[in-house]
Design a binder for this molecule. Sequence first.
Ligand code: SF4
Length: 294
Amino acid sequence: MHYSEGAQWRPLFETTQAALQIVIGCGHNVCKFCTMYKGTRYRMSDRAEIEADIDEIARFWIVPPKRIFLTGGNAFGASQDHLAFALKLIREKLPQTESIGCFARVSDVKAKTDEDLRELAELGVDDISIGAEGGYDPALAFMGKGHTASDIIEQCARLDTAGISYSLFYLAGIAGAGKWKDNVRATVSVFGQTHPRRIMVHTLTQFPGAPLLRDIERGNFVPEDELDILRELRMLCAELPIDVLVLAAHYGNTVPFNAWLPENRDELLAHLDRVIDRGNEDALRTIRKSVKSM
Ligand code: SF4
């Protein structure tokens, strides 16, 4: 397989799928907290390499994969022509594939026409993972996400219409100290107007090389305490008004959990309350320091 430099990162729920590289790097690459693709030039994969990789999957997977994950920071942002090339080849050479996922930026969806989205749905694209991170405009703007809360609502509605399902990332701690309630209130309102299959929770971590570190040094951003991050997640899970699976088992969360809302809500909130009531900020910070990558 032709996996190039840069991260080959996938959401946890995609790790059992076949991974096919169709783009390298991230076409945005300026989010302040992210170090994932720093130093990697964003580009489309060579088409001969894509074809060779699809042939390799067809030849070597004993049980043909029912789902393919297109790697790269935002494969959905590839040109329509490039995406259609890869998707048609998958259909031709891996006919048992039932769906194809990838990372998408909100602005990638915005850049596609309704006709583009319909074509992608027809070619098997479904259950994509979108780096929304939250619905609080000041935090989205500060971190350089390149989309607004209303963009999230509008573009998710367009995906709903096109028949492409999606999951949304939520980045706990994105608003900084003292702002988590504003962040959660805005996010509950925004995510509550969408229909995600999952909300995938990560927690803001200060990784070496992240542009955010300069803001912290200059006093432009004060990170949230770990206990406040748990209070933030508690409030989010208490108030989300949609039926959704919350996946927060990533090792970058100090209290990993997965929960269906609303079914598991009471149990989850009681669990978070027990940890919050212990009040052991130092222990949580020790866990945070052990987190070395996204
Ligand atoms: S968070 Fe996502 S969109 Fe932002 S730079 Fe990292 S990979 Fe790119």
